[in-house]
Write a protein that binds this ligand. Structure first.
Ligand SMILES: Cc1ncc(COP(=O)(O)O)c(C=O)c1O
Length: 491
């Protein structure tokens, strides 16, 4: 993580005034500094990795501080505000829910929970679905892992292993971290002592098997990963479930469909369950409601959807003879675009494994949160924001792709689907990610009125609210280009 971004030394800016961007103070704004300092005194340094912007108001695709600055938001508050910040219909739903004077119900039946769950079950591509609500994404991940282990245990007491992909991210609670493969130190986890195993992710930008390009090799990639486990003496029969991000948050491209098909076929054959973590890629972010809908296309999306064929029911696609559908889907973030709501959707027989009282959460399905989430799902549908994500994303991707030819030494790839885009930077002459340059570009963009987050992994993420106007998205893309030019010049 770049230290420059967390520094509270104000850096002078050139005044920016466009229809959407307004920068009128140094960054961080001098008046914000004492408050950010006070915050740092009372919360751990783990919270200090983001640009030092004191958020005051966020509306649609714009974020404002209280000192006259306004940004085009490419973060969506960490890929959350799919419908836009503070959407009036979501605000209204929250207002009505609070005026109802029903602020918490725990697991007692409530109308808002009923309505949201009915909606989720109707959206689910999984036949005979039920769903359960939680607050954070990681809680929902945790629930899916627990369900997979319980399902496995019914087959054999030792069938409790969880398989996941290196580099995917599933949350911060213990089991979610066990399944994650993010670069933070994970030694303390001792993953394999608790039956969590990882195989390499099918990331064609950093092929774990040294290939230079994708050659319909997803099936081999999956099985080669399993072989590494077998070679280490791991009994695959003990694996109860496989969790993966169908469109990983950091590559922003769908995993190869043949990898997913092989994983699905293997899971079926092994009597183990498959869970899709759609916390980040779900709810319209990628131009389809579920990220998994992309798994019928080639991994390098080039706008060619000709090999997509409709599944007989539900939005998931058929891949060759394998009808593709996970057993569990985990949603969060864009499920409400606002208050904390997450969910696990899955086959009823799996969700019904825990007995009454064994799977619940105090705040899960909170009536105000449920009302916000339901309003959000209606907004995504009524305002055709999923289609907008696909349309706007495709145009922005085309604009950003020109960076590959303009800066071939520094830009390794620009890729993604819908408004789930990423720009991967490399150190010249290598394929090593250029962490410093990526963070410097994000920092400069913030000083020019485009809000980005630093990733510390050598890529820039372009994930605005799906309601962003095309002209604003293209303006932000042009700012990134200027910042990249500047970053390379001053490197
Ligand atoms: C794919 C994925 N899974 C799980 C999580 C964890 O969600 P939360 O931060 O709401 O616990 C995240 C959050 O970034 C995520 O991107």
């Amino acid at each position: 993580m770049s230290l420059g971004m967390t520094s509270l030394e104000p850096i002078a800016t050139t005044t920016v005034r466009t229809r959407w961007r307004r920068i009128v103070t140094p960054i961080p704004a001098p008046e914000s500094i004492s408050r950010i300092e006070r915050l740092r005194q009372v919360e751990p340094q783990s919270m200090a990795g983001m640009p030092p912007i004191l958020w005051h108001e966020a509306e649609g695709f714009l974020v404002r501080d209280a000192f006259g600055n306004q940004w085009i938001d490419l973060t969506s508050g960490i890929v959350l505000a799919n419908a836009g910040h503070a959407h009036p219909r979501i605000v209204q739903a929250i207002r009505e829910a609070t005026e109802q004077r029903l602020l918490a119900t725990y697991a007692f039946p409530s109308e808002p929970r009923l309505r949201l769950l009915e909606k989720l079950v109707a959206l689910s591509p999984i036949p005979d679905s039920k769903a359960i609500l939680y607050s954070s994404g990681t809680e929902a991940t945790e629930c899916s892992l627990m369900l997979m282990r319980r399902h496995g245990q019914r087959i054999h007491p030792e069938k409790v292993g969880i398989l996941s992909l290196a580099g995917n991210y599933h949350g911060r609670t213990l089991a979610a971290q066990l399944a994650s493969g993010t670069p933070q130190p994970t030694d303390w986890i001792a993953r394999e002592r608790v039956d969590h195993f990882q195989i390499p992710a099918p990331n064609c930008l950093a092929c774990p098997w040294g290939r230079t390009h994708y050659e319909q090799c997803g099936e081999n990639c999956f099985h080669a990963g399993l072989e590494t486990l077998v070679a280490r003496g791991i009994d695959l029969d003990r694996i109860a479930g496989l969790i993966l991000e169908p469109v990983p948050g950091w590559t922003t491209v769908p995993i190869p469909s043949d990898f997913a098909a092989a994983a699905s076929a293997w899971a079926k054959q092994q009597d183990c369950l498959l869970a899709f973590d759609e916390i980040q890629c779900g709810c319209g972010r990628t131009g389809t409601f579920f990220g998994g809908e992309h798994l019928g296309v080639t991994p390098r999306i080039k706008g060619d959807r000709s090999n997509l064929c409709e599944a007989p029911s539900g939005p998931f696609r058929k891949i060759g003879p394998v009808p593709f559908c996970p057993d569990l889907i985990v949603l969060g973030k864009g499920l409400s675009s606002s208050l904390p709501v997450s969910a696990v959707i899955g086959r009823a027989e799996i969700l019904d494994l825990p007995l009454p009282g064994e799977m619940s959460s105090t705040h899960g399905g909170n009536p105000v949160c449920a009302a916000a989430s339901l309003a959000n799902l209606h907004v995504l549908e009524d305002e055709e924001l999923i289609e907008a994500s696909a349309r706007t994303g495709a145009t922005v991707l085309e604009r950003l792709r020109s960076l590959e030819s303009e800066f071939p030494d520094h830009v390794r790839a620009v890729q993604g689907v819908g408004l789930f885009l990423s720009i991967h930077l490399r150190q010249p002459g290598t394929n090593t990610p250029d962490v410093q340059l990526a963070d410097a570009v994000a920092e400069e963009a913030v000083r020019r009125g485009v809000l980005m987050f630093t990733t510390g992994r050598g890529y820039l993420k372009f994930t605005p609210p799906l309601c962003i106007e095309l002209a604003a998205a293209l303006e932000a893309a042009d700012v990134i280009r200027d910042c990249l030019t500047e970053g390379i010049r001053t490197k």
